[in-house]
Design a protein around this ligand. Structure first.
Ligand code: ADP
Length: 169
């Protein structure tokens, strides 16, 4: 049975097996959580990401965590939200599914997700949260025992708590 926890905090501080970065398609760092992760992990993370030559929206890549307390970073570019009718829900779901897949393949037991696409990419927060929780809950886990949704602000924490309650089995 997968344990799901919601916390408010800075994902760069978490000592888990993998943290999931809301990256962009270049995988070369950016603003928001991506910038924070690259700053905390150090220069080596950028070098490790460079070899991928970018990543399509909804796909995911894994690197070591370098100076981070987390063992790995899973990088996944979320969709830029237009109106929801341009494949955004499917792409966002793929971010979570493909990240879970990499976590499984790398024997991760604890995985922390940032709220992909809900910052500058503009995905409506409640809808994005529903997709995140649904995708993770329905993933056929074998190795992953615990998923932490790491919310940066109080408003996001509240949304996750509400959606979790609403979706309770
Ligand atoms: P995107 O481009 O995918 O929208 P952002 O980094 O702009 O990515 O935002 C994604 C989410 O990450 C937002 O909800 C934002 O508040 C959150 N965030 C920003 N910094 C951090 C951090 N250090 N730890 C956890 N979450 C963060």
């Amino acid at each position: 049975m997968l344990e799901i926890e919601v916390i408010q905090g800075d994902i760069t501080k978490l000592k888990v097996d993998a943290i999931v970065n809301a990256a962009n398609r270049s995988l070369l760092g950016g603003g928001g959580v991506d910038g924070a992760i690259h700053r905390a992990a150090g220069r080596e993370l950028l070098e490790a990401c460079r070899v991928f030559g970018g990543c399509e929206t909804g796909e995911a890549r894994i690197t070591p965590g370098f100076k981070l307390p987390a063992k790995y970073v899973i990088h996944t570019p979320g969709p830029i939200f237009r109106d929801g009718f341009h494949g955004e829900p499917e792409q966002l779901k793929n971010c979570y599914v493909n990240s879970m897949k990499l976590a499984e393949e790398n024997n991760c037991e604890t995985v922390a997700f940032s709220a992909i696409s809900t910052g500058v990419y503009g995905y409506p927060k409640k809808e994005a949260t529903e997709i995140a929780i649904w995708a993770v809950r329905n993933y056929p886990v074998q190795k992953v025992k615990k998923v932490i949704f790491c919310c940066f602000g109080e408003d996001m924490l509240k949304i996750y708590q509400d959606v979790l309650k609403m979706m309770a089995p």
